[in-house]
Design a protein around this ligand. Structure first.
Ligand code: ATP
Ligand code: MG
Length: 675
């Protein structure tokens, strides 16, 4: 198996590396991820390590799947057992395997941010005189997490938020423990604790992986660093790849010094720099390099890939009047280039904020252009999915958070008074809410509501087996949809929607979840264990489309979500002050500039940029200035279209006239026959 074929000498050197620490520090598109894939494959084919002794930590689950797919395609069965995934899925796997030591049930649930918010709201309510409405719960959650992960910056002064956070942090951890659930931060915190308290477990885990690799290393935070350090302490076979110019998660605690200090931290570390960019045209690269060169705190890595193929086409910048015009522009650009032979999947539309994404999405939908949104607002944030997931979570790992969510959804006569009674009873008897529901009689809940509770509990208990009990010709997903329809969830959705069209869309979401479940179970055995792993992966926000081939759809995503990806044609929208750089960011302009650099370097052949002259902010349309990042690029490096439109070419004009005439023809009455 030739894993070195087509690689340049530096890449080959990295792929041939066997033992000890290795750092690959290189610019965007220089083949870092490619090297990780080839190295993984070579280690297995040359029996340096077995597939199941290799652990590759990637930035997204999608990247992990692709890596496994690429290695598997060449190695077949020999490649089976390779572990690739995100830090969070790694943590989850450790906690599942050693759940007893971590004080968790084998089926512990995972709670997401909205669950954490409602837990916090409850806790705040319980604190006397807390003035519960005056706190921004999102802010409190961020502050608590910063404390738990050791990120909290010591600020001077001690305001009411700090006071609240001090009280809430231990309470929050206790409540999660009591509920038997783990939140996202916990997926990193708990394994670290586990390793610290149980050296024998750590030894076991260390022994199971003889090679560890990390992609996008510039965005690791302190806890992730700790986890890596623990994992490799006994053998030091660690390969990390990254680019300090692409570190864009400082706001979430990523520390770029992790990559820069790596050689000092791991003595004897081999350092390889890759100097050639294989992704972007020379013209696109020139814009990227001009932008990033303005960053003050660069770390002396002078290996910007300078050699690249020229296409002779400069990146383009379009100036639009209003944001609606920009959305129309994005749509017409896609149609324009599609006529020139590009496929929908060749396009990515990148933007800074999710609000922009929503507007662009609407205009693509109007034009019937198929698209896919990743990162940010996704289908998994929809209320309907959250409801159904709460049922599944409750069935597999009973917990208060999901039970409270669904206890009266769809409406089943369990009102606020009943819930209040049950909560009080739970508090008095020092039992949890789930158990309190089982003893509703003692809690003096009315007979009718109590019977509803019994029915609900039975329904939940039977749910997984009922889903799997589908007729020939049907599927678990279809059965699940049917079950929820039967308990009145469809009626509930229609009853709570503003109009029939939006109700239909909401119900569609339920059906899509059914399809997602089927595609997940499709390659696995139909058992409760796999429904459980389905719920886990949904909660980790995995991109569930298990499809091997990319669907032919335009990709819409935030700049943050685009890291590591590449597309023939990239549209970078909203290059304005306050948007990119973002206004909420405060001081770190350099990180925003790196974000711009990440966006530009996703493009292979074409880069189309746009900005508006006005944009709506807090409901008011205001004039906006061009992004300072645009002003920093020498104007000769791109072509500007101040009128916002691409001049129509001769051929296109002819096509347009022809299509106009043909439409006109069909509207005219047929010519009369004359003899
Ligand atoms: P990023 O920093 O954006 O994650 P990267 O350094 O991981 O980029 P890759 O995604 O591995 O870069 O590679 C970029 C592109 O270059 C891919 O399309 C890859 O197939 C191609 N490529 C990598 N190495 C070579 C090579 N030696 N010859 C030809 N193409 C290559
Ligand atoms: Mg990469």
């Amino acid at each position: 198996m030739d894993w070195l074929k087509g690689l340049n000498p530096e890449q080959q050197k990295a792929v041939k590396h066997n033992f000890g620490p290795l750092l690959i520090l290189a610019g965007a598109g220089s083949g870092k991820t490619t090297v990780l894939v080839s190295r993984t494959g070579r280690l297995i084919s040359e029996r340096v390590a077995k597939a199941n002794e290799i652990c590759v930590l990637t930035f997204t689950n999608k990247a992990a799947r692709e890596l496994k797919h690429r290695v598997g395609a060449k190695l077949g069965n020999t490649g089976k057992g390779l572990w690739a995934g995100t830090f969070h899925s790694f943590g989850l796997q450790i906690l599942r395997r050693f759940h007893k030591h971590a004080n968790l049930s084998p089926y512990f649930g995972i709670v997401d941010q909205s669950d954490c918010n409602s837990i916090l709201k409850d806790l705040i309510k319980d604190i006397k005189n807390s003035g519960k409405d005056k706190f921004d719960v999102d802010k409190i959650l961020t502050m608590i997490n910063d404390r738990r992960t050791g990120l909290a910056v010591q600020t001077e002064g001690f305001d009411e938020y700090h006071e609240m956070v001090e009280v809430l942090t231990p309470k929050f951890a206790k409540r999660l423990e009591h509920l038997g659930v783990v939140d996202f931060e916990g997926l990193l915190i708990k394994p670290l604790q586990l390793f610290k308290e149980n050296p024998d477990i750590l030894e076991k885990v260390q022994a199971s992986f003889s090679q560890v690799m990390v992609d996008e290393f510039q965005d690791t935070n302190r806890m992730q660093m700790d986890l890596i350090a623990q994992l490799i302490a006994s053998h030091r076979n660690i390969t990390v790849v990254g680019d300090d110019d692409q570190s864009i998660y400082g706001w979430r605690g990523a520390e770029v010094k992790n990559i820069l200090n790596f050689p000092q931290e791991y003595k004897g570390c081999e350092v390889i720099k890759l100097e050639r960019n294989y992704r972007s045209s020379a013209e696109i690269l020139a814009v990227a390099n001009a932008a990033i060169s303005k960053n003050k705190n660069r770390h002396g890595k002078i290996l910007r890939a300078e050699i690249a193929q020229s296409t002779g086409e400069l990146p383009e910048l379009f100036l639009l009047e209003r944001e609606e015009d920009e959305c129309e522009f994005v749509m017409s650009e896609i149609l324009h280039w599609q006529r020139q032979g590009y496929k929908y999947k060749d396009f990515a539309v990148l933007y800074r904020s999710n609000t922009q994404g929503g507007l662009i999405e609407a205009s693509l939908r109007r034009a019937n252009i198929p698209y896919n949104i990743s990162g940010g607002t996704s289908i998994f944030d929809r209320r309907e999915i959250k409801d159904l997931m709460a049922y599944l979570k409750q069935a597999l790992a009973p917990n208060e958070v999901s039970l409270r969510r669904i206890i009266n959804v769809p409406t089943r006569g369990i009102g606020d008074t009943t819930i209040e009674k049950l909560s009080e009873f739970a508090l008095k008897k020092r039992i949890n809410f789930v158990d309190a529901c089982r003893f509703w009689k003692e809690a003096e809940v009315q007979e009718k509501a109590g019977e509803s509770i019994d029915q609900l509990m039975k329904f939940i208990e039977d749910l997984p087996t009922n889903i799997l009990d589908f007729q020939v010709g049907s599927s678990p997903g279809a059965k699940m949809v049917e079950i929820f329809q039967n308990i009145g969830y469809r009626e509930y959705v229609y009853g709570t929607a503003a109009d029939p069209t939006s109700a239909e869309k909401k119900w569609m979401v339920v059906e899509i979840l059914g399809r997602i479940l089927d595609s997940y179970l499709g390659r696995r055995s139909y058992d409760v264990e796999n429904i459980k792993s389905f719920v886990d992966s949904m909660l980790l926000r995995d991109d569930m489309s298990d499809e091997e081939e990319e669907p032919n759809k335009v990709q819409l995503m935030t700049l943050h979500a685009s890291k590591g990806l590449e597309f023939p044609l990239v549209i970078l929208a909203g290059l304005e002050e306050d948007l990119l750089p973002h206004k909420n960011l405060g001081s770190d302009i350099d990180e925003e500039r790196r974000l711009f650099y990440v966006g530009v370097t996703r493009a292979k052949k074409k880069l189309v940029m746009s900005r508006c002259q006005q944009r709506k902010k807090n409901g008011v349309v205001r004039p906006v200035a061009p992004s300072r990042f645009l002003l920093e690029i020498p104007t000769e490096l791109y072509k500007e279209f101040p009128l916002g439109a691409r001049p129509v070419t001769g051929q296109e004009r002819e096509d347009l006239v022809a299509s106009f005439l043909s439409k006109l023809d069909s509207k005219l009455p047929p010519p009369k026959k004359t003899f």
